[in-house]
Design a protein around this ligand. Structure first.
Ligand SMILES: NC(=O)C1=CN([C@@H]2O[C@H](COP(=O)(O)OP(=O)(O)OC[C@H]3O[C@@H](n4cnc5c(N)ncnc54)[C@H](OP(=O)(O)O)[C@@H]3O)[C@@H](O)[C@H]2O)C=CC1
Ligand SMILES: O=CC(=O)O
Length: 291
């Protein structure tokens, strides 16, 4: 990737991903709605753009990592947004988790200005982002995908090219729908073991050796049994993903009672003001009592 890479959105993920690019020698210009969140990046050599449009003007390639469909649309379409400066020879890569419709809207707007577009949501959380171990689920313009590979290879352990715009978004929603349902089953299991007089730690040890062993249980289990929900993947974003996945199920007449129940639990957790904690805080809704 020649020249400087633009990066919009210095949240948990964007910050870790941009930092990783800097560490690997890329020149990066960052922007965040709350400007102070760029400070740490600047200390590590990043430049700051005043607006998304200013970043796109400066950079041949710009990446977006925003919270949800409204945020992803806002940085593109609003005043001083990406659309004001995108043009032929420039590429925009949206790595936020959004629905296919949002991604298509952005794609159409970018390409109608002669720009190139790729959606590239990621699987993997704060730690994989810091370690360059994300799984990248790209779709859109193949040429832009190939041009972006040097950056993807730094940010991720594996990149998939899934075809037309929308397929990356859908794949990400399917994966996170499964993850959200699993987190609920796991939380119920932890509480059931505890209330039945079993050791939660022994349950984790058993699970690790069982056919259902997986990195998520291993990573989240120990902090969950200590009621530690420091956010890596904010619960409000997991609930957004359940909501968008359920809408995809609706569109395709796929009955998903397990995901629907999991979504209700995440909604309840949001209602209990747990939305900014890690998504594993859904555990608290099963446990009940004080939060
Ligand atoms: N955390 C994780 O483990 C993972 C998250 N994802 C997805 O990545 C995306 C980012 O997640 P994450 O970094 O955790 O989220 P954060 O909540 O930490 O960051 C969200 C970012 O979006 C920005 N933002 C929100 N609303 C607007 C808006 N209206 N206009 C402009 N910017 C806005 C925030 O800016 P400000 O600082 O000003 O609020 C911030 O930079 C989400 O789509 C999430 O689902 C995907 C994989 C893993
Ligand atoms: O979207 C979250 C993740 O862990 O992947």
């Amino acid at each position: 990737m020649e020249g400087e890479i633009g990066f919009l959105g210095m949240g948990i993920m964007g910050k870790a991903m941009a930092m990783n690019l800097l560490r690997h020698g890329f020149k990066v210009t960052v922007w965040n709605r709350t400007l102070s969140r760029c400070d740490e990046l600047v200390e590590h050599g990043a430049s700051v753009g005043e607006t998304p449009a200013a970043v796109v003007k400066k950079c041949k390639y710009t990446i977006g990592m925003l919270s949800d469909p409204a945020a992803a649309l806002s940085v593109v379409f609003d005043k001083d947004g990406v659309l004001e400066q995108i043009c032929s020879g420039k590429g925009y890569i949206d790595m936020s988790t959004v629905d296919a419709e949002t991604s298509s809207k952005i794609s159409e707007a970018i390409t109608s200005k002669g720009g190139h577009f790729l959606e590239a949501p990621v699987s993997g959380s704060k730690k994989p982002a810091e370690d360059g171990q994300l799984v990248i689920l790209a779709a859109g313009e193949k040429v832009l995908y190939e041009e972006a590979l040097p950056a993807f290879d730094v940010m991720g352990k594996k990149s998939f090219f899934l075809g037309n715009v929308g397929n990356g978004a859908k794949m990400k929603l399917v994966v996170n729908m499964i993850m959200g349902s699993m987190m609920n089953a796991f939380s119920e299991g932890l509480v059931l073991a505890d209330k039945s007089g079993l050791s939660s730690q022994t349950l984790l040890d058993v699970l690790e050796l069982a056919a259902i062993a997986n990195p998520m249980f291993k990573m989240k289990g120990p902090s969950m049994i200590q009621n530690n929900y420091t956010p890596a993947f904010p619960l409000k974003h997991q609930q957004k993903d359940m909501r968008l996945a359920l809408a995809l199920g609706d569109e395709n007449a796929v009955s998903m009672p397990v995901a629907a129940a999991a979504n209700e639990a995440f909604k309840k957790a949001r209602n209990l003001s747990l939305g900014d904690l890690d998504f594993s805080a859904v555990h608290q809704t099963v446990k009940g009592g004080e939060h």
